[in-house]
Design a protein around this ligand. Structure first.
Ligand SMILES: O=P(O)(O)OC[C@H]1O[C@H](OP(=O)(O)OP(=O)(O)O)[C@H](O)[C@@H]1O
Ligand SMILES: O=c1cc[nH]c(=O)[nH]1
Ligand SMILES: [Mg+2]
Length: 210
C-alpha cells in the first residue's frame, strides 16, 4: 500500500494560506503555486537513491554522494497541473515533462481525457503526477490509468497535489493502492464537486479564466 502524506512544513502551510484567500490575484496565485511546488518537490524527493562517488576537490578527494536510480518525469494533469511544473523543475531541471489533458464534466464531474503526450521511456522513469486539486479523484485515477496502460508500474508513480479531499484520497487509493500521494493539505469535504474550504477552481485562478 502506498503512503498518503500531508506536507506540514511551515513554509508550505504559510504559502497555501496565501493562495486560499479569494482576494489573491492571478499573478500572485501563479507565483505562489510554483513556490509551493518547489517545496513539495524537495519533500517528495527525499527517498531518491544516492550512490558513493569520489570527487577531486581543489584540496583532496571527497568521498561524496550523487543521485542514482531512475530518471524523473513530471506529468502535469492539464490545465491546472501546468502551474506546478516550473516549481518542480527548479529542483529537478533534468526531468522530462509529459502531459495528460483532462477536464471534468461540469454536471457529472466525470473526467474526460483529451490529450496524452509522454516521454518514450516513461515506463522506466520515476514519475511525479502533479495537479493542484484531488477532489473526487476521477481525474487522478484516469491519469494514473493512462500511465499504467503504457507499462508504468504503480510503484514508480507519486501523485503530488496542493489540496486533497478525503473522498479523492480514498478513491485514488482504492483503484491504485500502490502509488504514494502527497498533499499540502487534507481538507474537510466535497460540495458540488468542489473541495471545501479548498481554494476554488485552480485552473481558472491560475490562468485567469472563468
Ligand atoms: O478529482 P477530480 O474531481 O477529478 O477534480 C480535480 C480536477 O479538477 C480540476 O480540473 P478541471 O476539470 O477544472 O480542468 P482544468 O484544470 O483545465 O481547469 C483540477 O485541476 C483537477 O484536474
Ligand atoms: O475544488 C476544486 C475541485 C476540483 N477542481 C478545482 O479546481 N477545485
Ligand atoms: Mg478548472
Amino acid at each position: 500500500m502506498g503512503n498518503f502524506e500531508v506536507m506540514n512544513h511551515p513554509l508550505i502551510q504559510h504559502k497555501l494560506t496565501i493562495i486560499r484567500n479569494k482576494d489573491c490575484g492571478t499573478r500572485e496565485f501563479r507565483e505562489v503555486v510554483n513556490e509551493i511546488a518547489t517545496l513539495l518537490a524537495f519533500e517528495v524527493s527525499r527517498d531518491m537513491p544516492l550512490e558513493d562517488i569520489d570527487v577531486q576537490t581543489p584540496e583532496g578527494v571527497a568521498h561524496a554522494k550523487h543521485l542514482t536510480g531512475k530518471k524523473v518525469a513530471v506529468v502535469p494533469i492539464l490545465r491546472a497541473g501546468i502551474g506546478m511544473v516550473d516549481g518542480i523543475l527548479n529542483l529537478i531541471p533534468a526531468a522530462k515533462v509529459g502531459h495528460i489533458g483532462m477536464y471534468r464534466d461540469e454536471k457529472t464531474f466525470e473526467p474526460h481525457e483529451y490529450f496524452v503526450k509522454l516521454p518514450n521511456d516513461i515506463d522506466k522513469r520515476q514519475i511525479f503526477v502533479v495537479d493542484p486539486m484531488l477532489a473526487t479523484g476521477g481525474s487522478a485515477i484516469m491519469a494514473v490509468d493512462a500511465l499504467v496502460k503504457r507499462g508504468v508500474p504503480e510503484s514508480n508513480i507519486k501523485f503530488v497535489c496542493l489540496v486533497a479531499a478525503p473522498e479523492g484520497v480514498k478513491a485514488l487509493q482504492k483503484v491504485h493502492p500502490n502509488i504514494d500521494i502527497y498533499s499540502a493539505a487534507l481538507d474537510d469535504h466535497l460540495e458540488n464537486g468542489y473541495i471545501v474550504p479548498g481554494l476554488g477552481d485552480a485552473g481558472d485562478r491560475l490562468f485567469g479564466t472563468k
